[in-house]
Write a protein that binds this ligand. Sequence first.
Ligand code: MN
Length: 195
Amino acid sequence: MNQFNWDTSFLVDFDIETGRSKTARATKRYLSEMKEMYFDARAVEKILENNDPLIYEFHELGCPERAGDLAFGTTIVYPGKVGKEYYMTKGHFHTVLDTAEVYYTLAGEGYMVMENPEGDTLEIPLSKNQAVYVPRRYAHRTVNTGNEPLLLFYTFAADAGHDYGTIETKGYHKLILEENGRAVVADNQKWKVSP
Ligand code: MN
């Protein structure tokens, strides 16, 4: 898809209720595509016996991966849990590690869970009308801790690239779990020192 001319200005509509756009390309992630990422493997299997829920989707505009351009779009994380763990995105590092990203929360609540290759972690609450800065070198994942869809607008350097594999293999150091009806940050006991 390359319907926009990224050498000139253009407008894109995003529906404020759904985060969707008539012109953006939607990518949907179902539980079966990310079952290794949840802490409670038994809870994953139990859910998948009956259905394969949509966990999140993102909408992108086909920005060329050129230095200087800004890719942007929306991410929607649906409400729900796998065992005690809230629905979340896979998360990724940028291939060009020294590239940051901005996310703006349009609706819902949750966490931006971040960590760098040295193992420093950041867990920042997300709430409507706040933007969060994801610094260079930090892998980032969004988690929906609320009862409605978590809707975010994002923008990042178009040539940043996405590295899903590193964090997919090791997992994140921190998990966002429900304890006594509220979201807590917990250590990931399954975090792998070396893949
Ligand atoms: Mn990113």
